[in-house]
Design a protein around this ligand. Structure first.
Ligand SMILES: Nc1ncnc2c1ncn2[C@@H]1O[C@H](COP(=O)(O)OP(=O)(O)OP(=O)(O)O)[C@@H](O)[C@H]1O
Ligand SMILES: [Mg+2]
Length: 381
């Protein structure tokens, strides 16, 4: 297993139209060599279609696919140094684990495969099970055989289409860490397709968030989470509170916003709308875990300079590690607040008058002309 063969993937103006439906809008995407890259988005947004164009299983309507510095757009799948692991891993049931893994090598006329198969089975920690048949393995073990079967061919790029979809939650979590370890060890470029934001954030170096056939935002997981560029990304990746507001003034590095009669402060460099002029409508975003909640009677304890909103608790659900509150304020009907269960939450029950506050540095500003609920719908699950 060596890293020197990894290739980056460059998509230039690539698009795919089926009849009069455009599944992938013209897209430029650069996937760095050796990276773990995730395509994340709701069902039907064009993830698999994009992956299939990289694999050569789908011919793009327009645009080019480059692997490293080679243009592979017109090459058939088997001539591309790419392997794909699908959700249904379709192992050969009559072959043992080691023969499943050796299959691709033998088909290419390779005679001495034992060492390579042994090495890759060790990598996926299946050495002791090499002689078993797929039916004698757990779901997670079968998934690792599928992975070994793809990796043994030493592809320059490994494409993974929801490879953990068939596994239960606990096993999926475990396999996420495994996949990340394997990718680090082999150094191959991984392009991973998923609709599960937690999965993408756990494993990927870079995530491209797709929405209706377009890449809506691209970046490192923490960057996307802390500084989403649109309501869709803010809602699809984790949960956000988006408060309708208006810019009322600019003071040095800060913008002063008004939401009803409440003043909020937003760092100027966290403003994603094109205009920062007074009167511009914005959505002021704040993640639920960044907000502190306290009783109105305790308002004096709110640190100086914090953004603050008053409201009434509508709902409080205890989840063990945290309590999740829904707070109604005049400027936002449902604010989500996640409070770690460190202190006693005495008095923070439905109906209680509360003050919410947070460090203004955590606020992000989005263009006000978009649907604040984008990315929250059923299709986003
Ligand atoms: N061969 C085809 N003919 C017509 N439409 C297609 C074809 N393949 C895909 N589509 C459509 O293109 C869109 C994108 O499909 P794609 O499989 O890329 O979605 P996806 O993001 O992978 O979704 P999921 O998470 O459900 O797998 C969908 O609306 C789908 O119905
Ligand atoms: Mg798909």
């Amino acid at each position: 297993m060596s890293a020197e063969q990894a290739a980056g993937v460059t998509l230039t103006g690539i698009s795919k139209t089926f009849g009069d439906f455009t599944a992938v809008q013209p897209m430029d995407l650069s996937i760095p060599q050796g990276s773990f890259f995730a395509l994340l988005g709701a069902s039907g947004c064009g993830k698999t279609t994009t992956l299939r164009m990289i694999a050569g299983l789908e011919q793009p309507t327009a645009g080019r696919v480059m692997l490293g510095d080679r243009d592979v757009t017109s090459l058939p799948p088997h001539r591309r140094p790419v392997n794909t692991v699908f959700q249904s891993y379709a192992l050969f049931p009559h072959l043992s684990v080691q023969d499943n893994v050796a299959f691709g090598l033998r088909r290419r006329g390779k005679k001495q495969v034992h060492k390579e198969v042994e090495d890759v089975l060790e990598l996926v920690e299946l050495g002791p099970l090499a002689r078993r048949k797929p039916a004698q393995l757990s779901g997670g073990q079968q998934q690792r055989v599928a992975l070994a079967r793809a990796i043994v061919n030493r592809p320059e790029v490994l494409l993974l289409d929801e490879p953990l979809g068939a596994l239960d939650l606990k096993l999926r979590r475990q396999m996420q860490l495994e996949l990340k370890r394997i990718q680090t060890e082999v150094g191959i470029t991984f392009v991973h397709v998923t609709h599960d934001q937690e999965e993408a954030m756990t494993m990927a170096d870079t995530i491209a968030v797709m929405n209706h056939g377009r890449v809506e935002q691209l970046g490192a997981p923490a960057e996307l989470y802390e500084s989403p560029g649109s309501a869709f990304v803010a809602n699809f990746l984790g949960q956000s509170n988006l408060i309708a507001a208006e810019i009322s003034a600019a003071e040095g590095d800060e913008l002063v916003l008004r939401a009803g009669d409440t003043k909020l402060t937003l760092p100027r460099d966290r403003m994603r709308a094109t205009s920062a002029a007074s009167g511009t409508k914005v959505l002021a975003g704040i993640r639920p875990e960044k907000i502190a909640i306290r009783s109105r009677s305790d308002e004096a304890a709110v640190p100086e300079g914090h953004n603050r909103l008053t409201g009434t608790i509508k709902d409080a659900s205890f989840t063990g590690v945290s309590t999740q509150y829904v707070v109604a304020s005049p400027w936002c009907p449902e604010l989500a607040v996640f409070a770690q269960n460190v202190e006693s939450a005495a008095g923070l029950t439905p109906g209680a008058e509360v003050v919410l506050h947070w460090n203004p540095a955590h606020t992000f500003g989005l263009d006000g002309d978009q649907d604040a609920d984008a990315g929250t719908g059923e299709d986003a699950l």
